[in-house]
Ligand binder design. Structure first.
Ligand SMILES: C[S@@+](CC[C@H](N)C(=O)[O-])C[C@H]1O[C@@H](n2cnc3c(N)ncnc32)[C@H](O)[C@@H]1O
Length: 232
């Protein structure tokens, strides 16, 4: 797999602008060719169950404040993590705070991954994309014919954006939940810390952060549940 990635990257290196930039076509092509897009619906289900259990007070607070419950999939790849967040949040809103609005943003640097996410395609690259979906969530991800399809209310609350976690845009918004899973693993220690500090700036006090299995977060985050942190 590494060999294939290097083969794709080698011819692109000749056309790079001197300074890395998302807007430069050479750098964009290199990022498309070398980033790893492995993802699935309901990845790490125990962590997501803990998140689901923690959502009621967050969605009630959002509704009481007259604002949407805002969730971010930071490093969303082809969108399955953002789709999962949307289903969990809509489910919590229906059960605990009817009428509450949900907004989910997926952010990534890879153009081809974002194209699939924006199209709302569920795991076209996965053999059985619904295999890990808990039974009570299947209606959010299946058409009447049983084929994988996003429920229209999920599509309506999802948005995607191309940006780097190392240079987050000023107008990103303010989030109640952020998942940044299986992304920091590719970064140096100092880049990881910079990304976590950057994300903290866009999180409300009490917001939840979910990390991948090999990552940990320090201040201003406090351990909340396995793989989950609370913005203190
Ligand atoms: C292995 S996927 C993880 C997808 C999803 N978070 C999950 O856990 O299933 C990593 C994603 O992070 C993205 N990524 C890597 N570095 C990034 C950065 N600096 N800014 C934004 N996205 C990044 C890659 O393009 C890729 O789509």
């Amino acid at each position: 797999m590494l060999e294939a990635r290097l083969d794709r990257a080698a011819p692109l290196l000749r056309h790079l602008a001197r300074h890395p930039s998302l807007e430069d076509s050479g750098w964009a092509a290199l990022l498309d060719a070398t980033t790893v897009q492995e993802t699935s619906l309901f990845r790490a289900p125990e962590q997501l169950a803990a998140l689901e259990a923690a959502l009621p007070p967050l969605v009630l607070a959002a509704r009481a404040a007259g604002r949407p419950l805002a969730l971010l999939s930071a490093g969303c790849a082809t969108g399955e993590e953002a789709f999962t967040l949307a289903a969990i949040a809509q489910h919590a809103a229906q059960a605990h705070a009817p009428g509450a609005e949900v907004r989910v943003l997926g952010l990534d640097i890879c153009r081809t991954a974002l194209e699939g996410a924006e199209a709302g395609e569920i795991g076209p690259h996965l053999g059985r994309p619904l295999a890990g979906v808990p039974a009570h969530y299947l209606p959010w991800f299946q058409g009447a014919d049983g084929a994988p399809r996003l429920h229209p209310s999920l599509r309506a609350c999802l948005g995607f954006r191309r940006a780097s976690l190392t240079a987050l845009p000023e107008d990103l918004g303010c989030f109640d939940v952020v998942l940044c899973r299986n992304v920091l693993i590719y970064m140096t220690e100092s880049a990881k810390q910079a990304v976590l500090s950057g994300l903290a700036r866009y999180m409300r006090p009490g917001a939840l952060l979910g990390l991948g299995p090999t990552d940990t977060a320090g201040a201003p985050f406090l351990p909340f549940a396995p793989g989950l942190y609370r913005h203190g």
